[in-house]
Design a protein around this ligand. Structure first.
Ligand SMILES: [Zn+2]
Length: 409
């Protein structure tokens, strides 16, 4: 049996390892705080009978051998880095439930056919170098030289330098890559970071897909004129055109389907003065859905509306795609294993998409993946108020435990 008091002790201990005491958890990748958190985890992993190793990207593993030599591994875990002034559960909930599942397997002396490995991923948030899901991308073999040697943190330190101070050789990150077929399944428990489970009164979310993301950067160009002397009919006001488009983006997302979300989170207006007609407006679009064709259709509808508005108002525009991540289907076999485990352990579940990206999304490139969500109080995350009851984490850990045993048997 999973023990909630151990989960509580682990999570409380990790919550105390922050560079911003009293202002939430700040634990950036390759930092002194991450080192301290890992020292604690290494001790606990050893006590659970695990064999510990670290890969060339900095991911930390605890392995328990299976009975079949060279069988593919069943891997499960999450990350322990955080955003600045973040919460105590985003990441650690998944790492600690993996640890607790392995403690139980160790205590009960269970044997599995496949080896088991818990993983503590490095720099999932991208809070320090802006290059997130680093650990899983290294395992999937999709990291770039530029992000290692060129990108820096706020103090001008490159990722390569930070890795060296962490005892890693940045030139050998490629060795962290995992072969296709070497991982039988990858499971991740994560906090929901939204209000759905709490509103439905469910213990756990069984993730069915991880949404795809498209982002665009739009510039609308008009003409700067005097706010007092230019009659309305003579204006080419970039902000009026852009704001029509921004309102329509909201309407398009609402019409597109139940899971579609669209956000304009950044707007720049130039010259930005009380008494000058706006000449140029730049804004961002963040568009997400579980279905690629739905994203595609919404994006072209937005672009068409932008073209119409601009041509009728004498405005020019540019449309630039910044990011395109395809949606990820979760392995249906793993979803039904989660369903079976939940039924057996009396855990109420809700099947849902994940609106945020996670390491599991990247791991889907090398292995079948499964994800479990546990409820987030008031849907809050990436802030000090982030909270999940310890017994809710424990029920999620039961789901991981049950699924791991089935998958490795
Ligand atoms: Zn996370």
């Amino acid at each position: 049996m999973v023990r909630v008091e151990r989960i509580r002790k682990d999570l409380e201990f990790l919550a105390g390892i922050t560079s911003t005491p009293g202002e939430g958890v700040t634990r950036l990748a390759f930092s002194a705080e991450e080192t301290r958190a890992r020292e604690y985890l290494r001790k606990e992993m050893e006590a659970a009978g695990l064999e510990i190793y670290q890969d060339n990207a900095g991911n930390l593993f605890g392995r328990r051998e299976g009975t079949l030599k060279d069988a593919p591994v069943v891997m499960f875990g999450s990350h322990i880095d955080s955003v600045v002034n973040g919460g105590a559960f985003d990441g650690p909930a998944g790492v600690i439930s993996a640890l607790e599942a392995l403690r139980v397997i160790n205590e009960e002396g269970m044997e599995t056919v496949n080896p088991l490995e818990m993983v503590v991923m490095t720099e999932e948030e991208g809070g320090r170098f802006g290059s997130g899901v680093w650990g899983s991308r290294a395992m999937a073999g999709i990291v770039s030289e530029d992000e290692i040697y060129k990108g820096t943190d706020s103090l001008g330190i490159t990722k390569a330098e930070a890795m060296e101070s962490f005892g890693l050789d940045p030139a050998s990150v490629g060795k962290a890559r995992r072969e296709q077929g070497s991982i039988k399944a990858f499971l991740e428990l994560h906090i929901e970071q939204g209000p759905v489970l709490e509103q439905n009164g469910c213990d756990a979310g069984i993730v069915e897909s991880i949404v795809g993301i498209r982002t665009f950067f739009v510039t609308v160009k008009g003409k700067a004129d005097h706010a007092g002397t230019t009659p309305m009919d003579f204006r080419r006001d970039a902000l009026v055109g852009a704001s029509r488009v921004i309102s329509e983006i909201d309407a398009i997302a609402r019409r597109a389907g139940k899971g579609t979300v669209a956000t304009v989170g950044m707007v720049n207006v130039r010259p930005g003065a009380f008494n000058i007609v706006p000449e140029e407006v730049q804004f961002s679009i963040d568009l997400r859905d579980s279905s690629e064709p739905v994203i595609e259709a919404a994006a072209s509808e937005i672009k068409k509306y932008l073209e119409e508005q601009c041509s009728s108002r004498g405005l020019a525009f540019s449309w630039e795609e910044r990011l395109s991540i395809s949606p990820v289907r979760i392995d249906p076999g793993i979803m039904s294993i989660f369903q079976e485990v939940a039924a057996e352990k009396n855990i109420s579940t809700h099947v849902m998409p994940s609106g945020a990206g996670h390491d599991a999304m990247v791991m889907a490139r090398v292995a079948p993946v499964g994800m479990i969500f546990v409820p987030s109080r008031n849907g809050k995350s990436h802030c000090p108020e982030e909270w999940t009851d310890y017994d809710q984490v424990a029920r999620g850990a039961e789901m991981i435990l049950g699924a791991v045993i089935r998958l490795a048997d």
